[in-house]
Design a protein around this ligand. Sequence first.
Ligand code: HEC
Length: 96
Amino acid sequence: MKKVLSVLAVAAMLCLVGSVSRAQDSANGEKTFKAKCAVCHGADAAGKPAMKSPSIKGKSAEDIQKAISTSPKHANLKSLTPAEVKDLAAYLATLK
Ligand code: HEC
C-alpha cells in the first residue's frame, strides 16, 4: 500500500511539473506574440481585416513553422527558434 501511495505521489508531482512548464511555455509565447505577431494578427490573435491577416488562434507549432517559412509576410520571422515556435503554439492554444 505504501508503495502504491508513493507511486501515486510521484505521478502527481510529474503532472504538476508538466502543467507548470506548459504555463511557462505559453507565458514565453505570449511575449513573443506581443512583440512579433500582434502588429498584424491583432492583440488577441483574431486577425486584422485591414492587414488581410487571418485569425491564428489555436494554430499548432507546425502551422506556425509552415506560415513562417512559406509566407513573404513573415520574411523577418525566420530567425524564430523551434523553441520559440513551440512556445507561440502553447500560447495560441490558450486563446481558442
Ligand atoms: C507583417 C504582418 C505579419 C506579421 C508580423 C505576422 N504575420 Fe502571420 N500572417 C500575415 C498575413 C497577411 C497572413 C495571411 C497571408 C499569408 O499567409 O501570407 C498570415 C498568416 C499566418 C498564418 C497562417 C494562418 C492560416 O490560417 O493559414 C499563421 C499560422 C501565422 N500567420 C502566424 C504568425 C505568427 C506566429 C507570427 C509572429 C511570430 C506572425 N504570423 C506574424 C501577416 C503577418
